[in-house]
Design a protein around this ligand. Sequence first.
Ligand code: PMP
Length: 345
Amino acid sequence: MKRARNFNAGPAALPEDVLKRAQNEWLNIEDSGMSVMELSHRSAQYDKIHIHAVETLKELMAIPENYEVLLLQGGASLQFSMIPMNLLKEGKHADYILTGSWSDKAFKEAKKIGETAIVASSKEEKYTYIPSLEDIKVNDGAAYLHITSNNTIYGTQWKKFPETGNIPLIADMSSDILSEKIDVSKFGLIYAGAQKNLGPSGVTVVIIRKDLIQDNEHLPTMLNYATHVTSNSLYNTPPTLAIYLLSLVLDWAKEQGGIEKIAEINQQKSKIIYDAIDESNGFYKGHARPDSRSHMNVTFNLPSEEAEKQFLAEAKAAGFVGLNGHRSIGGCRASIYNAVPLAHC
Ligand code: PMP
């Protein structure tokens, strides 16, 4: 069987080794005589998988002791609401930087909960760049500053993060978590849907600094971070299959040599495609300004819509999947997450 050259934006390519290991263990995991989906989420066998996922992520990202790792449901989209519900108190406001559709969605959800402000935006320039750090003025007394570290649709990525002092920096890292080394201690909260670099859809990782966890008893139980912290993300039935696959992807990342090694390969992968764009004498046109280019989502256009249609049709015939741009902006996009092999680029 021939596997696709998969450039999907998410759900996306998974490491073949992970799929094979899951296949091997499909009928009988941990000598239980059951598949992982048939285990009780209160069983010792499942507990081992759950803890292994959390501990391996902590190790790979060098997450400091004063952070909790939560495995939640509802996608990154539910975090757009949970963050302001838990962290935006009365009398405070939340600051947002708009660098694409996802940060705009996060901002709109926060607006429903409390006071908000936009402290920088590249919307007027079709989200082609990440605002420079000098242009960002965080408001005194802000509850937090929210950014989207990688903009999946527009293909831009933060290279350096804003210094926010005592104001917690919050980042949606859905499309670049685990793709390069970051200093977790610079952030109050990091969140990411798993379906790009971490595994299948169905589980969302939240990394939260412990001092930001408050007992928000007035909140619906499932929307309160404290609920998931005190129950080790086992308050209700977790997505056990997705968490199992997450744990296998994290093992795979370790086997690759960890984040530093993966980041090196990611640089090489994106360079191959950006070089092709830059050396095409304007035939291919990158959407992102070169200083803001993403290593995860390479977005580009051809001279006409006709040419783009032809490009996508020929790519499809050659076994390339998912090279069309997001339905909101069209064009072309190669999503080259960790599991996409260099050879495919
Ligand atoms: N943030 C970013 C940066 C994304 O790319 C996506 C999904 N592509 C989301 C949030 C929404 O994620 P979910 O579908 O898991 O809610």
